[in-house]
Design a protein around this ligand. Structure first.
Ligand code: FAD
Length: 494
């Protein structure tokens, strides 16, 4: 096995590879000048800055296979990249080539009767949503980054978002895949089948593998009937336990018409109102916790507004909800969602933020928020907990904003320390330290700390079987010992 030494200068061998790639894929498919490559080398929040020999931009699956074959023969690592919106450093190269999938952007087929769409890995998520909409269907994956993230990245990270409660995450939305393997072969698993028990599930192996097992080039995705009616409410309550009781009431009352149940703490709403342009206070008074609730249905005749009012009226009578507003127009609906969607962005304006993307069983999500908040506040007086997100999936973005008077760098230096506090609580509740965004580089060592050793061993066995020379995204997700990036020169960790 060969390890790429990212400190080496470009050798004759590297230049030969770049020339061969340009000759085989066309000169416009290879970028090797520093200015052209710059945007491909940084993580979206600036947490990591890497380096690469070149950025390779194949235009179809055959060209991806050629690029992989050439790099594999030269033992040069490949870092696949889609929209580069990932939040864990997984798409940042530390040597080798970036394989950008952006030119594989064709919608290959829409089959409205089979309720499937076959798309290439470089399609932007919002374009796939629009293509589904044109045949009166819904592709339900919905992320704040949907205007720039791409299907290959969504698959490689098993992306979640705000509609998981009703439709599932990317794994559950996928029927088939096409993947280029480490030896350059193409696995054609593009089947649009709801039932297929012909052996091991290879599709699920590649979904969520963050570019470490193969290059996803296309996928068959599920479509759903388009919702015809929608109702949205913004609710205030006394804390996460009441939010959980309310969630249970909605699930019992409307079943899978409950499309989203998002949690926002008081501090979260305060900073949205302070920093987000045009944000309007939704309720007259302040409340310790808020929930954004959405119901939707493909049946036009269903009275969702009435269902919302019924559940909320009873919850107010029982003291579970302290105040609520129901959107009466599409503009109001968008404004309420805008409050939730601005939350990620506005945290930057409050200084340093230490982030945890975790999940616990839904039954323990309120307890988790309370216990972890107390532990962090006790550890650092003045710390401001911003625990928000996909409450109905048990997935909380447990973020910590720095105390107002503290130095940002001094606060961020405590990241590993708070990881241990928060992740120990999550682990103790049989939860996950990486619910949505994946492992990448930022959580690789945390994964080694918390994951079952047998599972880690199986993961290494699979990685070695599919990628024996550790060509695909080395150093990400799982440490492979001597053959990995042990340190990350040039990386900037907060
Ligand atoms: P990239 O960032 O380019 O890559 C991500 C990983 O996938 C890397 O490890 C890369 O090597 C690998 N990869 C990319 N393409 C391929 C391929 N074709 N084959 C194999 N491996 C590949 N994520 C959520 O899950 N839920 C959210 O709600 C959410 N909200 C976000 C909001 C904002 C504002 C931002 C900036 C990000 C958010 N994300 C969220 C994170 C991110 O958008 C998702 O992880 C997304 O799925 C990444 O897609 P991408 O095309 O940008 O992938």
């Amino acid at each position: 096995m060969t390890t790429f030494d990212e400190t080496r200068m470009r050798t004759g061998m590297d230049l030969g590879l770049i020339e061969r790639l340009a000759a085989k894929l066309g000169p416009d498919a290879v970028i090797s000048d520093p200015a052209g490559m710059a945007g491909y080398l940084v993580e979206t929040r600036g947490l990591y800055r890497g380096s690469a020999l070149a950025v390779v931009r194949p235009k179809d699956t055959q060209q991806v296979a050629i690029a992989v074959e050439e790099c594999a023969a030269a033992r040069v690592p490949i870092v696949p990249q889609g929209g580069n919106t990932g939040l864990v450093g997984g798409g940042v190269p530390f040597g080798g080539v970036v394989l950008s999938l952006t030119r594989l952007n064709r919608i290959r087929e829409v089959d409205a009767i089979n309720a499937t769409i076959t798309v290439e890995a470089g399609c932007i998520l919002s374009e796939v949503q629009e293509a589904a909409d044109r045949v009166d269907c819904l592709f339900p994956l919905s992320l704040a980054s949907e205007g720039s993230c791409r299907i290959g990245g969504n698959l490689a990270t098993n992306a979640g978002g705000t509609a998981v409660l009703r439709y599932g995450n990317m794994r559950e939305l996928t029927l088939g895949l096409e993947v280029v393997l480490a030896d350059g072969r193409i696995w054609n698993g593009l089947k649009g089948l709801r039932k297929d028990n012909t052996g091991y599930d290879l599709r699920d192996l590649f979904i969520g593998s963050e570019g470490t097992l193969g290059i996803i080039t296309a996928a068959v995705l599920k479509l759903f009937p388009k919702p015809k009616v929608r109702a949205t409410a913004f609710v205030g309550c006394a804390g996460p336990r009441d939010a959980l009781s309310l969630f249970q009431r909605f699930r019992d009352a409307v079943g899978d018409r409950l499309t989203a149940f998002e949690y926002i703490p008081r501090f979260g709403l305060e900073i949205v109102l302070k920093h987000a342009p045009g944000a309007v206070r939704p309720l007259a008074d302040d409340h310790p916790s808020y929930a954004l609730i959405e119901l939707s249905s493909a049946e036009e005749s269903v009275d969702l507004q009435g269902a919302l009012e019924n559940v909320l009226t009873r919850a107010i009578e029982d003291g579970i909800v302290t105040d609520a507003v129901i959107a009466t127009s599409e503009a109001q609906n968008r404004a309420l969602w805008g409050l939730r969607e601005s939350l990620s962005e506005v945290q930057r304006k409050e200084g340093g933020s230490i982030k945890h993307d975790v999940a616990v069983p839904v039954s323990r999500v309120a307890e988790f928020i309370q216990v972890a908040t107390k532990a962090c506040e006790a550890e650092m007086p003045g710390i401001r907990v911003c625990a928000f997100g996909h409450f109905g999936d048990g997935n909380i973005h447990f973020n910590l904003s720095q105390p107002v008077a503290m130095e940002k760098a001094a606060f961020l230096a405590q990241w590993a320390h708070f990881n241990r506090i928060v992740h120990d609580i999550v682990h103790g509740m049989n939860g996950s330290i990486a619910a949505e965004h994946g492992i990448g580089l930022i959580k690789r060592d945390e994964l080694t700390h918390y994951k079952d050793p047998v599972a880690l061993d199986l993961m290494r066995t699979i990685k070695h079987a599919l990628d024996p020379h550790n060509i695909f995204n080395p150093g990400k997700v799982i440490a492979m010992g001597d053959h990995d990036i042990a340190t990350v020169p040039g990386a900037k960790i907060p």
